[in-house]
Design a protein around this ligand. Sequence first.
Ligand SMILES: Nc1ncnc2c1ncn2[C@@H]1O[C@H](COP(=O)(O)OP(=O)(O)O)[C@@H](O)[C@H]1O
Ligand SMILES: [Mg+2]
Length: 296
Amino acid sequence: MAIKISFLNLKGGVGKTSMIVNVGACLAYMGKRVLIVDLDAQSNSSIWLMRLDRWNAQNRYPEKFALNLFKNPDAKITDCIHKSPVRDLEGEVALESLDLIPASFSLLDLEHDVENKTDVPFYIQFYEHMADIEMLYDFILFDCPPSFYYAPQAAIFNSDWVIVPANADALSIIGFHLLTEKLNKFKEKTEDHRNELHSPTPEIMGVSLNAIKPGVRIDVPVERFENQIERFIEQRKVPTKTELFPTRIRHSITVGRAVMQGQPMVLMPKNEGSMSVAKDYIKTSQYILERCGITL
Ligand SMILES: Nc1ncnc2c1ncn2[C@@H]1O[C@H](COP(=O)(O)OP(=O)(O)O)[C@@H](O)[C@H]1O
Ligand SMILES: [Mg+2]
């Protein structure tokens, strides 16, 4: 069965999408079967992996997007899986074992205009869809919007782990506090359903610091994050192994370039900037494997 991980932060622009695309790519590069599920209406990971032209063309088929899994009771999840979307710079299929369930802008409707025609909560409908395919993958990674509405709830209800990408600043620490409280409330609220369905208990694996600029000192926010995590461990609000990830993802302008070229960092042309960030993502992926008890 796949290990399922949500990448979540209530703050936008902290590196959730960059982390999911690049960790997903690294895991596939290491030979793992990976599915990225884009549950953010901004569709950033879908556009990064499919590139804008293919994603635009796919928009003619709304049944092939994540929203359909919530909107249409007869939807088949296999229809939504876009196989091996990544192309290298020559246009050849790369990372064959990386698949995607894409989002489109209309996923926003889920929070406003999609009526739940059943009395089964959206997160359970989604859980039942995921159950049909999880044996096909080693990892299923959910890209979440910066909110706690239906789409992230569906991701969290389905996850074994939550990873919190964050920036090294004071506001991110406040955001982490809020996120942990929200997550624990959601876990309490859904406990009966989780017990009934034997669905996983989502736990915070840790916080991954992103876009760290060279020469910028981050000792103060790092210490505050560590103190906050320690307090949460004492209060039993997070597992005892929760920690700041040992590898911090360095800042590099090549990340923006990689988005434009539809390339994960491991496939980008090698230069100093791209190699340092690619290494950070590889190390982070190795750490995630270790935390999941998987040896290569
Ligand atoms: N390591 C990095 N170095 C430089 N820019 C980065 C890095 N990681 C992310 N970015 C940029 O920061 C912005 C926000 O990142 P993104 O992953 O989209 O965040 P989120 O999904 O949390 O909104 C994007 O423009 C992205 O290209
Ligand atoms: Mg994003």
